[in-house]
Design a protein around this ligand. Structure first.
Ligand code: PGA
Length: 253
């Protein structure tokens, strides 16, 4: 059985006090809820990762990860954060390849491959994001775009490495727009992703990879999207900043 996951990407939102409040509120919302092996994660901005992680108010079912890392192990890279700095404070999981990093910080597939390697070398698990833009979907190129993104950044990995990879398919046109992919569009792409992994590796391995959907997941559409056979949960942006909404999405899983 694949692990089901709901992950909240807080992006560049919430100061320290607000972060504490949010994790406290989410903890209260799911206090009596048995996750039954499903995973819940939140990804605060770097500066608040350790604080949220160590907060006594946190329900320990909620894992805390980071939104990015630098590909180098250490050195003269002003303003950057390394993998070992993350693991040293207890971080297990890092998001890489988010479309906002690709778009605003010019992160390429080649750079992401390096970042993935650095993360894995340091024992981190990766939530790897990818997805097509609106014009790419309109022109019918969405499958090719997704396949290329995965091949360039991940297909050099060994099958054993893939135990530390969680995929997050996030069509760029659905992120923060309120325009979510239909459950059928998500299912179609997730099944395609599983097929190309099966072709490159094996069916067995493809069936073990958790593939999350991201892009305007809300309490009122989560259950239907998560109900699709190849959708193993979601990466949530906007709705992860409201405890009641995030808790409802967790329960929809
Ligand atoms: P959204 O963001 O839920 O606000 O669309 C998703 C994401 O960027 O991961």
């Amino acid at each position: 059985m694949r692990t089901k996951i709901v992950a909240g990407n807080w992006k560049m939102n919430l100061n320290r006090d607000q972060s504490l409040q949010l994790v406290t509120d989410i903890s209260a919302e799911i206090q009596n809820y048995n996750l039954n092996g499903k995973r819940v994660m939140v990804f605060p901005p770097f500066i608040n990762v350790g604080y949220v992680m160590d907060s006594g108010n946190r329900n320990y079912q909620i894992e805390v990860g980071a939104q990015n890392l630098h590909q180098a192990e250490s050195g003269a890279y002003t303003g950057e954060i390394s993998a070992s700095m993350l693991t040293n404070i207890g971080v297990n999981t890092v998001i890489l390849g988010h479309s906002e990093r690709r778009e605003y910080f010019h992160e390429t597939d080649e750079l992401l491959k390096e970042k993935v390697d650095t993360a894995l070398k340091n024992g981190l698990e990766v939530v790897f994001c990818f997805g097509e833009k609106l014009d790419e979907r309109h022109s019918g190129n969405h499958f090719t775009v997704v396949e290329t993104q995965l091949k360039k950044a991940l297909f050099h990995l060994s099958s054993a490495n893939w135990e530390k990879i969680i995929l997050a398919y996030e069509p760029v046109w659905a992120i923060g727009t309120g325009m979510t992919a239909t459950p059928d569009q998500a299912q179609e792409m997730h099944a395609f992703i599983r097929k190309i992994i099966a072709n490159h590796y094996s069916e067995n391995m493809a069936n073990k990879v958790s593939i999350l959907y991201g892009g305007s997941v809300k309490p009122d559409n989560a259950a239907e999207i998560f109900g699709k056979p190849d959708v193993d949960g979601g990466l949530i942006g906007g709705a992860s900043l409201k405890s009641a909404d995030f808790a409802a999405i967790i329960k929809a899983m």
